[in-house]
Design a protein around this ligand. Structure first.
Ligand SMILES: [Ca+2]
Length: 258
């Protein structure tokens, strides 16, 4: 009987977390740690090397006041039906935020990895919602805090490099309202102060340094309506392994042309 109770508790745990929980996503050569609390995604390990310091999301309703980390909202549910996928749902005062993460690793030793993310904000009230959503990312490519460069050459793709060829690119849809590259912790401090943040639209390139980038979406969401953000973040390896990975390289080039 006691064994059955323990098994039941373990089965229910991913569905009914009491508070912030840390989930581990795994697939092929990759793993990632996701804290459902304010820390957000804190690790993205590819072939044994962590590429990420932190990625987290903030929001603001209306034009005044500071931003709030979504991980500080009540967590309604967290579900990990398969090791490489995690879905979390947060309850705001008049809206919900659902974050869906899919980790796709490359073959062992390839150095390639991909994280696809979708964020759905739903206005559950009967009035329009003046919503501002922020995505903040601090990559530590090749496990190093100081990376070579970061830039947002257009308005929806952030490219960070370490050395001549280790690259992470993140493309976001729909195109963000604003963006910003920066040196840690300037953007993070702005998101954590008590004043409204408007990203600067600085696209760089900047570096070397402890580099960060962020996107901002400003939307009025109709009563009962939703706003969906989709993005894809991937990393490709340094030249020594790149030469062995023609297929992976071609896939990267194809993605760049989208
Ligand atoms: Ca702020």
């Amino acid at each position: 009987m006691r064994t059955n109770a323990i098994i039941l508790a373990v089965l229910l745990l991913p569905l009914c977390p009491a508070g912030a929980s840390i989930f581990t996503l795994t697939d092929a050569n990759s793993s990632s740690l996701v804290d459902t609390g304010p820390a957000g995604m804190t690790n993205w390990t590819v072939d044994g090397v962590n590429q990420l310091n932190r990625q987290a999301f903030w929001f603001r309703v209306g034009a005044a006041g500071g931003e709030t980390n979504i991980g500080s909202l009540p967590l309604v549910s967290a579900s990990q039906p398969i090791p490489k996928y995690l879905s979390t749902l947060y309850q705001g005062g008049s809206f919900t935020v659902e974050v869906m993460l899919l980790l796709t690793g490359g073959t062992q030793g390839s150095g390639t990895s991909d994280v696809a993310e979708s964020i759905r904000i739903t206005n559950t009230s009967t009035t329009s919602l003046d919503f501002h959503f922020f995505q903040y990312c601090n990559l530590h490519l090749n496990g190093q805090a100081v990376n070579t460069s970061v830039e947002i050459p257009g308005s929806n793709t952030a490219t960070q490099t370490q050395g001549p060829a280790t690259v992470s690119e993140t493309a976001d849809v729909p195109i963000p309202s604003r963006h910003e590259v920066g040196l840690y912790p300037n953007t993070l401090n702005s998101l954590m102060d008590g004043s409204p943040t408007t990203l600067s639209n600085s696209g760089g390139p900047i570096g070397p340094g402890d580099l960060t980038w962020a996107f901002q979406w400003d939307r009025t969401i109709a009563p009962g309506g939703s706003f969906l953000i989709s993005k894809d973040k991937h990393v490709v390896p340094e030249p020594a392994t790149m030469s062995l990975l023609v297929i992976g390289g071609l896939r990267f080039l194809c993605r760049r042309r989208k």
